[in-house]
Design a protein around this ligand. Structure first.
Ligand code: NDP
Length: 332
């Protein structure tokens, strides 16, 4: 097996030699075990956010869609695809014993009705459920309301915007390039787009949403979020999903949210998507149904080759991806 080891703690933006690619021998399978081969691997912002808690010398963390190539476990039969939080490794031996503290650690993929198993890392997996539950269960968007999404061009963000449109809302996306903006407004049904790198977010938002923002789905934190929260309408709802603008900061900056929160009587709630672990497959079913009905679209940005995991990861942090960033380790 090829395995990426977390060699040196990230100091600011990750550097290539912070990880080390090593070879590991695979032992013969014991009863109850099965061997998987990674087919698609995920690169996600949480890998950067969580890194300070990860021990050096251990395999770098992450989820993957793997093919079960050999099995002595009837629950994980050879030939099936599974999702596994196995980390950045090409081959894995697992005993398939459920982890009571993390029931989403591994599972055989449900039937995706002919769609690519790679979607189990995106719209039909963790980011898809983050968009679905994080928007609907925390913001409760109503028809006619204005919904703003930061990090709108990414895996979670573009999906949140499309769901908000299905709920009859006016949808404004914020992301880092005009090309992403054209894609969001032309293809993904967004009403408006703001480029946070070239436009004045405060001024542009005032023009597009003069009555204020009812729901804010926050993927980035920092200055962008302070600006938006200060333009919320009375009793607005904020779903705090992530803070990618701060993940590479050595010293997180203070933000200015409290005055707006109090004066406008806002509700702000953070979440980790595994909160809805017991409804996980309901979320996947709903997203799959929307895809089949042509109501929701998706896009993947694919990097070829397991050895290019690090580049895929840092490209995602730099904003190269449209929709979900993944790596293809094996052709199927
Ligand atoms: P994305 O696919 O959105 O990829 C990350 C994107 O972030 C990049 O493409 C880039 O796009 C943008 N970005 C990078 N740096 C900055 C910056 N300094 N300021 C603003 N935008 C930046 O990732 P995901 O959709 O997977 O995740 C989005 C957010 O959701 C993250 O914060 C993540 O941690 C969080 N998350 C939280 C979960 C939870 O359970 N709470 C679960 C899953 C994700 P651009 O071109 O616009 O700069």
């Amino acid at each position: 097996a090829k395995v990426f080891i977390y060699e040196k703690p990230f100091d600011g933006f990750p550097k290539e030699d912070d990880l080390k690619l090593v070879e590991e021998d695979l032992k013969p399978l014991k009863n109850g075990e099965f061997l998987t081969e990674a087919v698609f691997l995920s690169v996600d912002p949480y890998m950067r956010g969580y890194a300070p808690f990860l021990k050096t010398g251990t395999v770098f963390l992450g989820g993957q869609i793997a093919l079960i190539v050999e099995s002595k476990n009837p629950n994980f039969p050879a030939g099936k695809y599974c999702f596994g939080q196995y980390g950045w490794r090409s081959h894995t031996i697992s005993n398939g014993i459920p982890d009571p503290n993390n029931i989403l650690h591994e599972y055989v993929l449900p039937d995706f009705k002919g769609l690519s198993p790679s979607l189990g890392l995106g719209i039909l997996g963790m980011p898809g459920n983050t968009a679905y539950f994080g928007l609907l269960e925390i913001c409760h968007p109503k028809p006619g309301e204005t919904v703003v999404i930061s990090g709108a061009g990414g895996a979670v963000g573009n999906h949140v915007g499309q769901i908000a449109k299905l709920k009859g809302c006016k949808v404004i996306g914020i992301a880092g390039s005009d090309e992403k903006g054209s894609w969001l407004t032309n293809e993904m049904n967004f009403d408006h787009f703001i480029n946070y790198k070239t436009q004045n977010v405060r001024k542009t938002l005032k023009e597009i949403a003069p009555k204020g923002v009812d729901c804010y789905f926050d993927n980035v934190g920092g200055e962008i979020s302070s600006t938006i929260v200060n333009q919320m309408s009375l009793f607005g709802r904020i779903s705090v999903c992530g803070a990618i603008s701060a993940y590479n900061d050595k010293h997180p900056k203070a933000s200015a949210l409290q005055a707006a929160m109090a004066i406008k009587q806002l509700k702000m709630e953070g979440f980790i998507v595994t909160r809805w672990a017991d409804k996980w497959f309901e979320g996947i079913d709903q997203n799959l149904q929307w895809i089949q009905e042509g109501k929701i679209k998706y896009r993947e940005t694919v990097t070829e080759g397991f050895e290019n995991m690090f580049r895929a990861f840092t490209d995602m942090l730099k904003g190269v991806n449209y929709g979900k960033a993944i790596v293809r380790a094996k052709s199927i």
